[in-house]
Design a protein around this ligand. Structure first.
Ligand code: NDP
Length: 293
């Protein structure tokens, strides 16, 4: 069994981005700038936004965070999006989700200019990705593609099963794995909560990508011998073995499944570190106008 080391791969990509930023600086160009909008006090959202800002700093990007209290109106939030859209200094904008219930998430996402939508959530980017045009691909699926590519795993002609069909992970993941490219060119099956005979389907997978949000759902009997298993899930569970009193687990029962696989991502240290790095890659592309010339 070979471990797919997301931490190591993400560090290597960060070093490449930092080298690119240094070159841009030397050439007298503006460095990439990522802006984030954060509404409310949700601790998980605050942590995500802070770690995105820290990652920007590590690679030499500028970053700014627009913080608002929970009671901000939708109108004011949309005005802020417009303001950032029109600021030529800012290359990429992300809005940390979820937003408070009185704000329509989709309306806010669609207000971001596709050219600055480095989260890849705008329907224009989703549509462009789907028909194979250059697009910002949402960070987690893009991170999984990077992991597969940099681990030297070949996907052409393989049976790939994607467990989960959410807009941010499962759906784009299935499109990327079926696209006419490497990684890609796989024969893809998408499973969800209404799928019948799930175990029989997952057990056919040469590559199993799991994003269902159910702790340790995938057990060894659901996995083919020598399969590649990518675990997107993250769950915080109580533990008496750690100082913090909790530990992280995935959607896959790692201890038993890893014994059968050719390659597997651990949790933590697999897909997780790749998500922020993908966002940095998208922001670099935005600054260099690589997607929308
Ligand atoms: P969602 O809850 O949005 O989607 C879950 C999907 O799994 C749905 O399509 C659902 O089906 C399907 N599903 C749920 N239960 C079952 C079941 N028993 N059998 C078959 N299918 C099932 O989750 P996300 O895609 O947003 O996230 C998935 C996991 O990945 C979570 O653990 C999340 O924390 C993690 N995550 C990790 C990230 C990272 O950076 N590493 C980033 C994003 C997410 P249906 O559509 O029918 O309801």
């Amino acid at each position: 069994m070979e471990l797919i080391d997301g931490k190591k791969i993400s560090e290597a990509i960060k070093a490449e981005i930092a080298a690119e930023v240094a070159k841009m600086k030397d050439a007298g160009e503006k460095v990439p700038h990522l802006a984030a909008i954060l509404v409310g006090e949700d601790p998980a959202s605050q942590t995500y936004v802070n770690s995105k800002a820290k990652a920007c700093q590590e690679v030499g990007f500028d970053s700014s965070t627009y913080r608002f209290s929970e009671d901000i109106t939708e109108e004011k939030l949309l005005e802020t999006v417009d303001f950032i859209n029109n600021d030529p200094e800012i290359d990429g904008l992300i809005v940390q989700l979820p937003l408070p219930k009185h704000i329509n998430n989709q309306k806010v996402i669609e207000r971001i200019l596709p050219e600055k939508d480095v989260d890849g959530f705008h329907p224009v980017n989703v549509g462009r990705m789907t028909i194979g045009l250059p697009a910002y691909v949402s960070a987690t699926p893009f991170g999984v593609i990077q992991l597969i590519e940099r681990s030297g795993i070949k996907t052409t002609g393989m049976n790939c099963v994607v467990l989960g069909r959410s807009n941010i992970v499962g759906k784009p993941m299935s499109i990327l794995m079926a696209r006419n490219a490497e990684p890609g060119n796989a024969t893809v099956t998408v499973c969800h909560s209404k799928t019948k005979n799930l175990k029989e389907i997952t057990a056919q997978a040469d590559i199993l990508i799991v994003a269902i949000g159910q702790p340790e759902f995938v057990t060894a009997d659901m996995v083919k011998e020598d399969a590649v298993v990518i675990d997107v899930g993250i769950h915080r569970v109580p533990s008496d073995k750690t100082k913090s009193g909790f530990r992280l687990i995935g959607d896959v029962k790692y201890d038993e499944v890893s014994k059968k696989t050719s390659h597997i991502t651990p949790v933590p240290g697999g897909v997780g570190p790749m998500t922020i790095v993908s966002l940095l890659m998208n922001t670099l592309k935005a600054a260099k106008k690589e997607i929308y010339a």
